[in-house]
Ligand binder design. Structure first.
Ligand SMILES: Cc1ncc(COP(=O)(O)O)c(C=O)c1O
Length: 404
């Protein structure tokens, strides 16, 4: 018989808390194994994963094709550094460039590194191609953004938790309200090299901008000779029901920033994709990373691109996403006050008089559903794209019970 004393979770939670910096506040779940949309904890309890590693697990846990690609590569070659070329590199860059409809790819590891890469490339493009005076480049960004955790990136965050006490801050960013085209137009001047945006703001609570905003940004950037940089690190690679969230409005940015799901939930892989007139500004020695574009990352990343080229995951996300959103809308007034999102990606606001987002996630976990609050009473739902319709229904049943 399992008694509370024999459970391994409390001790494992205590040990984790004892030995790490407290830069996260995890739910009391200690995961030991996972397959597909389900994880199992150290005490044998199963949970439906409705967070998917912040969309890094779009294909589910341990997708057989991705695991096979990783295993095959582990047995051959794992690291060279970019001092040499390896036999997985060109295929990955070629396939990803084609998926993005761009001429070149620059692989890195984490999402924040892709964002940093884009900032450097946009600035250099500004000085060398656009003719911005030295050291004057500005980049327009949006309020409520989340682009990562480096000192430069938190310099233009509007979230006090992410930013406060980490100064001095990097200059060169102009922050405008998200979804406001006129504000971007007003912020652009001769020094502006880029507009950097999430096409849907994930960490902010899966905030979808008004229709016409992204095409408007595209047009403005083209008119003003400014690069449109789309951070699709969380929104891209099938999450919203299209390959890229920009596709919903037929928009093609100058730079795509990708990460998370590009590593198949196995290794950190990120990338910047752009044409030669943009990425071509970099010369040897100006940028790089020891692990960026390593053989294991490329082998897994190539398989990720092949999975996306089938279109299966985009279709599943669109169809099951419609199902998820209609079920969630049915809970409006029944404990939910707002539902946003696209595809299998939803931001839901719990009625704050009932409970916080954190409390809702704790109660969901007790019922076998893993989700994570973003802030306040907002929860983000992002199940793996291979989830089945009856599993979506089951998750909604658990949410309904939690809100009751
Ligand atoms: C839109 C967006 N950009 C960048 C990042 C940073 O990615 P990473 O945590 O891999 O550095 C994130 C992470 O949540 C993100 O959602």
């Amino acid at each position: 018989m399992t008694t509370v004393e024999s459970l391994r979770t409390p001790g494992a939670m205590r040990d984790a808390e004892r030995w790490t910096a407290h830069n996260y506040h995890p739910l009391p779940v200690v995961v030991a194994e996972a397959e597909g949309a389900w994880v199992t904890d150290v005490d044998g309890r199963r949970y439906l994963d409705c967070l998917s590693g912040y969309s890094a697990l779009n294909f589910g846990h341990r997708h057989p094709g991705l695991i096979a690609a990783a295993h095959a590569q582990l047995d051959r070659l794992t690291l060279t550094s970019r001092a040499f070329v390896h036999d997985q590199f060109a295929d990955f860059c070629h396939e990803l460039a084609e998926l993005c409809g761009k001429e070149l790819v620059l692989p890195m590891n984490t999402g924040a590194e892709a964002v940093e890469t884009a900032i450097k490339v946009a600035r250099k493009w500004g000085y060398q191609v656009k003719g911005v005076p030295a050291e004057q480049a500005t980049i327009v960004v949006a309020e409520g953004n989340f682009h990562g955790r480096t000192t430069t990136i938190v310099s233009f965050s509007t979230d006090p938790e992410a930013r406060n006490d980490f100064g001095p801050y990097t200059p060169g960013f102009r922050i405008v309200p998200y979804g406001d085209l006129a504000a971007i137009a007003a912020a652009i001047d001769d020094t502006t090299v880029a507009v950097l945006l999430e096409p849907i703001q994930g960490e902010q609570g899966v905030v979808v901008p008004p229709a016409g905003y992204l095409p408007g940004v595209r047009e403005l950037c083209t008119q003003q000779n400014v690069l449109f940089v789309a951070d699709e690190i969380q929104s891209g690679l099938g999450r919203t029901g299209e390959t890229f969230a920009c596709d919903h409005e037929g928009v093609r940015p100058d730079m795509y920033l990708l990460g998370k799901a590009l590593g198949g939930g196995i290794v950190p892989v990120s990338a910047v994709a752009a044409d030669k007139n943009v990425l071509g500004v970099l010369r040897p020695g100006e940028h790089g990373s020891t692990f960026g574009g390593n053989p294991l990352a490329c082998a897994v990343g190539t398989e990720v691109v092949r999975l996306l080229r089938t279109g299966e995951f985009q279709t599943r996300s669109a169809e099951l996403g419609a199902h998820l959103h209609s079920a969630l809308r049915g809970l409006l007034g029944q404990g939910l006050v707002a539902v946003r999102g696209r595809g299998l990606w939803a931001g839901i606001d719990i009625d704050p008089s009932l409970m916080t987002g954190r409390q809702a996630c704790e109660r969901l976990a007790e019922r076998g559903v893993l989700a994570k609050d973003t802030h306040g009473s907002t929860i983000r739902l992002a199940p793996p794209l291979m989830i089945e319709a009856d599993e979506v229904d089951w998750a909604i049943e658990q949410l309904t019970a939690v809100l009751r």
